[in-house]
Design a protein around this ligand. Structure first.
Ligand SMILES: C[S@@+](CC[C@H](N)C(=O)[O-])C[C@H]1O[C@@H](n2cnc3c(N)ncnc32)[C@H](O)[C@@H]1O
Length: 222
């Protein structure tokens, strides 16, 4: 599915989020802290926006952008050919990196797509250095308040329609809606971060409570 939407992915993102998506990615990079000249990983990098912003903010760091979709990685490489980012193929369930390799690990819109968030978060913790930070951006099920019917209608009808018009792929974007509504609530996801062993876990919501950025830290000295 991700291979199929790679070429229209960026345009679709900008339209669907009304131009807000880069702001959230910048927030992610800020929350990941300053890695100095160390190694950082942007997992599920897709077309590479978070990896690129990390390189721009921290030019001394060594940035790895990793994903299991070949077409996504190819788009990332084309878009950011001028930046010294290492694009690598990998599955988030079995990271091909040694323990305690990275100063920080970021990922945008990954966990909603995996079978078991806890397995991936444990892998992330394994490859993070003690004190290293993890930051996760994803959609989150909207809470049932006054805005809920409108938000639900946008997810149910608006997003698949945009998917058909812009990406010629209604089903991929209907999947986004389904996987968002069925995903962990922000509180549940924060609890899974803690279960994976992270400390100082927190989150902030954006876009009328439909986007959440979660963060945590690998315990120091472990
Ligand atoms: C919605 S895109 C997000 C791309 C990018 N992070 C962003 O901010 O726009 C989700 C990405 O996760 C990748 N992905 C999903 N499951 C994965 C896994 N198990 N291992 C590695 N990448 C995965 C997909 O290939 C896709 O590129």
């Amino acid at each position: 599915m991700f291979d199929g939407i790679a070429s229209d992915y960026d345009q679709m993102n900008r339209v669907m989020t009304m131009g807000q998506d880069q702001k959230w990615r910048r927030f992610v990079v800020g929350k990941a802290g300053d890695p100095g000249s160390g190694l950082v990983l942007d997992l599920a990098t897709g077309t590479g926006d978070i990896a690129s912003l990390t390189n721009t903010s921290h030019p001394a760091a060594h940035v790895v952008g990793a994903d299991f979709s070949f077409n996504m990685l190819r788009e990332a490489g084309k878009r950011f050919a001028q930046q010294p980012i290492s694009w690598q193929s990998c599955d988030a369930n079995h990271l091909p990196y040694k323990e305690k390799s990275f100063e920080s690990v970021t990922f945008g819109y990954l966990l909603r797509n995996v079978d078991d968030s806890l397995t991936v978060l444990r892998e992330v913790r394994r490859v993070l250095k003690p004190g290293g930070r993890v930051v996760c951006l994803d959609t989150t099920p909207p809470q049932k308040n006054m805005l809920y019917p409108f938000i639900r209608a946008y997810f149910r009808f608006g997003i698949p329609l945009l998917g058909r018009m812009i990406a010629s792929d209604e089903s991929a974007y209907a999947y986004l809606t389904g996987s968002t509504m069925e995903f962990h609530t922000a509180d549940e996801l924060a609890a899974i971060f803690k279960e994976a062993g992270f400390v100082d876990v927190g989150y902030q919501k954006f876009m009328m409570g439909t986007i959440a950025v979660h963060w945590g830290q690998s315990p120091k000295g472990v």
